[in-house]
Structures are given as C-alpha cells and as structure tokens.
Design a protein around this ligand. Structure first.
Ligand SMILES: Cc1ncc(COP(=O)(O)O)c(C=O)c1O
Length: 392
C-alpha cells in the first residue's frame, strides 16, 4: 500500500507519553492478572438518570434530527448563564459570553489556533494536562513552562518569570482544582493573575474541569469570580466530570467576548454544533437537580480519605489532594516516577501515571485516580503494604 507522508502539523504534535504504560498494562490484563487501574482519568459512575431520560426524550424530537444552529441552541447558552449565576454569582451574557464546545479538550486545543501566531509565547503549567501542548504545537507557538512546586502549593510564581518572556506571552493556561496535583487556587492568586494579565496583555484560560470537586468543605473558586477576570480571559467548564458525562462530549467556554467570538468563528469552519438532544440534556444537567453533584463530591472525598489514610498507615507520607479526583504522591526514595510506576505494575499489578508524563516538574511523583471503589482502593493499599519497601 502506498504510504502518504504526514503533514508537518501532525509531525509537530507531542508524543503520547502514556501509550507505552497502557500497552504494558494491557499485557498484564491479557495474562489474567487482576490489575487495579488507577492511572486514568475516566469517571467510573454513570450519568444521572434525569439527564439520560432527557436525552432519550429529546432524541425522538424531529427538530433535533436537523442541523443544530451553528453556535448552539440559545436555551443551552441561557442554561450556562443561569448555572454561573447560581453557582458562582457571576453574570454572563448568554449570547456574547458563552461558546458551546465538543468537550473541554476541543476548546483547549482550538484556543491557541484562535489567538496565536507562530512564535508567540504561551505559558503552561508544569506539571500540566498534556492537551495544552497539542494546541500550542498546532499553532506553531512557543511553550514556556511555569513550574508548579509543592512548596508554593502548586501555584506558579509570577515573579520568577522573566520580564521578556511575559512581554512576549499572549496566552496562559491555568487549571484549578489541578490535574495532576490536586491543588486548588486561592482568590488572591486569581487576583494576582488578573493584575499580571492586564499589565502584559496576556489572555488567561482557566480550565475549570474539576470545578465541582473540592474537599474539606471548600468549594473551588471560579476564575470569573475575580474582579476584572472577564476583561482578561475565559474559563472552560466541562460536563464530563461534574455530571459523569465524559462520553457525551459537551463543555462550554465563558468570559471575554472577543475570545468567545474567535472560538465560535473557528468552530463555524470545523463543525455545525452538538446533536440537539445532547444540548437539551446538557441544559437539564446544568439547571436540573444538583444532589447528584453533591453526592459525587462526597464519594470522591470518601475515596480520597480511604487512600490517603491507608497509605499513611503503612508509612508512606503522602499529601491529601484538596480537589479534583487525583492524588499526587511523592515516590519513595531511589525511584524515578517511571521506575516506580513500573514497579507498582510489576509487583502489585497497580497502574498509576508517572509524573514525568505531565512535565519536568512532575518528576518524583505519581498520579493516582480516585476512580475506583473504596474496596478497590483498600485492596491497592493492601497490595502496596505487602511490598518489601513498605515493610517496617
Ligand atoms: C485538566 C483537564 N482539562 C480538560 C479535560 C477535558 O475534559 P473533556 O474533554 O472531557 O471536557 C480533562 C479531562 O481529563 C482534564 O483533566
């Protein structure tokens, strides 16, 4: 068969770091081992019934069998505005300040193409969610990493970024509650971010994928609750985690009108819009009963407690995440993050994600997902406790 070479654009895309671990884990599963997969970020619970029922009903409506309006249905944008008002006390103009997205990932990858020219600087967190890198590569922009260190509560230190880098920066990605570190942002940090963005004309993109998951009674702060935030940026909110709708591919961007209109312009050329029945179900999710969200949050908190308390009881001194559904654990001395992930797979049949896959500053950590039952997490702790290195 003739091989057609890939475009420069595809060749620029970052390599999929986790692919080799997934392959290796597959080999263990094939051999019949009982593998506990704590490596991925796929919510394990089903979408709440009232949302699924809305989809079923809406799927029978012929209006949804036609092309949807290009930029999405007005009722969904209104539902987004109502959601932000109810949850965060933030006023959003439904027509001008909301763009409907095919999942947060699509919006994150589209944004650099909307706002950047080749050579522009983009500030990205390190460690950080790898999809930020993909959009930057597509736009031929330059990535500048902002270290997230434990001693700074995994928040970037803006005074450590060189002035000429800030002068050239056009875009910054932030993400709290944070994947992979489980850290949350403070209102003061967001205020400092707005100040920096105003001074250097940087567009801030706050990825609020884990907005609904905060522990110890702390509700995560929306970036848009910060004074002046809409002047300098947007927030991306996905229904994937809040309502267990990862397979549905529905999210939205809210905030700065010029950024929203650029996103919609690019999307006009790429797609029509989401299936109308998905839009109806998404509106139901945002404006319908919210007990499911509270219960989900409590479930993740119970799982976090089982894992963290369990690991501490066997002498592994780990830090508890404050939000998201990930725990970010310092690996025992003598291992790199990749070596430790391989060690856990080989000796305990547990999959975790090595921190180095999220960036240089991820070295020395592994990410553990809270996406398995308390029983499975207890079993994981039991297996880890029987490893020689944890024997007292
Ligand atoms: C930090 C972060 N941002 C965005 C996303 C994208 O979510 P989705 O594309 O399902 O909306 C994820 C999903 O894992 C994530 O972890």
């Amino acid at each position: 068969m003739k091989q057609f070479p890939r475009s420069d654009l595809l060749n620029r895309l970052p390599k999929q770091f986790f692919a080799s671990l997934v392959k290796k884990a597959g080999q263990y599963i094939e051999k019949g081992f009982d593998v506990i997969n704590l490596g991925q970020g796929n919510p394990d619970q089903p979408t709440p019934d009232h949302i699924v029922s809305k989809l079923q009903e809406a799927a029978t409506n012929p209006i949804n069998h036609k092309y949807s309006p290009f930029q999405g249905f007005g009722y969904l944008k209104q539902a987004v505005a109502d959601f932000y008002q109810r949850e965060y006390g933030v006023k959003i103009h439904p027509e001008k300040e909301v763009a409907i997205l095919f999942g947060g990932k699509a919006g994150l990858v589209e944004l650099p193409q909307c706002l950047l020219n080749p050579g522009d600087n983009v500030l990205v967190p390190d460690p950080g969610y790898p999809d930020y890198w993909s959009g930057v590569a597509m736009a031929k922009a330059e990535m500048v990493t902002m270290p997230l260190k434990e001693e700074n509560q995994f928040l970037p230190k803006y005074d450590e970024i060189a002035d000429d880098v800030l002068e050239k920066a056009k875009l910054m990605f932030l993400n709290y509650p944070n994947n992979p570190t489980g850290a949350i942002a403070t209102p003061d940090f967001f205020a400092e971010t707005v100040e920096l963005a105003e001074k250097y004309d940087i567009c801030i993109v706050h990825d609020f994928a884990y907005g609904a998951i905060g522990f110890d009674g702390v509700k995560p702060t929306s970036f848009l609750q910060t004074k002046g935030a809409k002047e300098v940026g947007i927030e991306i909110y996905t229904l994937s985690k809040t309502y267990n709708m990862a397979g549905w591919r529905v999210a939205f961007a809210v905030g700065n009108e010029s950024v929203i209109s650029s996103l919609e312009l690019l999307q006009d050329h790429l797609y029509v819009s989401l299936f109308g029945a998905v839009q109806e179900a998404a509106a139901m999710a945002l404006t319908g009963p919210q007990d499911c969200v509270r219960e989900l949050n409590q479930m993740y908190e119970r799982r976090r407690n089982v894992l963290i308390e369990g690991l501490r009881s066997i002498g592994w001194n780990v830090t508890a995440p404050k939000g998201s559904f990930f725990a970010w654990l310092k690996v025992p001395q003598g291992f790199t993050s990749e070596e430790f992930a391989n060690f856990l797979l080989e000796k305990a049949h547990i999959i975790v994600a090595p921190g180095i896959g999220f960036g240089t500053y991820g070295e020395g950590y592994v990410r553990v997902g809270l996406l398995s039952s308390e029983e499975r997490l207890k079993e994981a702790v039991r297996r880890i406790s029987s490893l020689e290195i944890f024997k007292k």
